[in-house]
Design a protein around this ligand. Sequence first.
Ligand code: 13P
Ligand code: SF4
Length: 305
Amino acid sequence: MQIPVIEKIHRLKDLGKAVILAHNYQPAEIQDIADFVGDSLGLSIEAARTDAEVIVFCGVHFMAETAAILSPQKTVLLPEKEAGCPMADMISAQQLLELKAQHPNALVVSYVNTTAEVKALSDYCCTSGNAVELVGTLDPDEEIIFVPDQYLGQHVIDKTGRDMILWPGYCPSHVIITAEDIDKARREHPDASVMAHPECTGRVRACADEILSTSGMLRFAKQSEKKKFIVATETGIIYTLKKQNPDKEFYSASDNAICPNMKKITLEKIVWSLEDMQYKITVPDDIRKKAKAALDRMLAVMPGK
Ligand code: 13P
Ligand code: SF4
């Protein structure tokens, strides 16, 4: 008799002393079998905290890499090796070196959506949830390079009043959401609150009531007195929002806001990942130490945010 796939995952997980972490954008069935569902930072912190020997990371490459940077003694597995992040690939270490050479005194703040090599060349990492606060703690006289997301960077500039040198990167799954999509959704649901991710364009952010990271959206929806929400981010989070707030209604600002890489993870691939211990994500020690220093500086300024 064939063992159902979910039972198989649980058996293999117990056998291999593994934990399954899933990002808020993962498909519903993956979120349901995960031990922990969260945003990029929450998942990394959980990865560092767990005493499991093996971490199956259901997300994209830079997230699994961040877990490997923080927990080098653990085995970090990405069930689909092609699950990358196009935004993270929009700046290479060489390009950052060239930018740094043009601004030799600037501090480098890199969004966690970057490769380990780019993190290793950075002074601080940040996430969408703590970028504004982190930049706010930096010396006002310091010049700042912010990579790779121009929209998150512009949001930080708007909120802090700090000028920054921005890299022209972007998330294809967020820039597809338009201000017209928000207008249309508002007309359909006039009493709803609009939550937008800071990776959205300036025009979309300008139409939003709240600009929040994925965890920020989950917190806000739970605490808000509002009953209806228009959600301008990757559509996967709608499942989490509905699950956590069964009495509230959530509408995606655009059904096109899908991250194809996040959807590459399947239950079957998790089984193969646990059976064959693949695909192991590792970071060379010299790069890992420097990248960890940038992540540690972020965690020291704002632990757990
Ligand atoms: P957060 O979950 O940190 O808000 O990030 C969104 C994202 O696009 C991750 O790739
Ligand atoms: Fe990268 Fe955008 Fe996908 Fe996040 S949603 S993993 S930023 S492509």
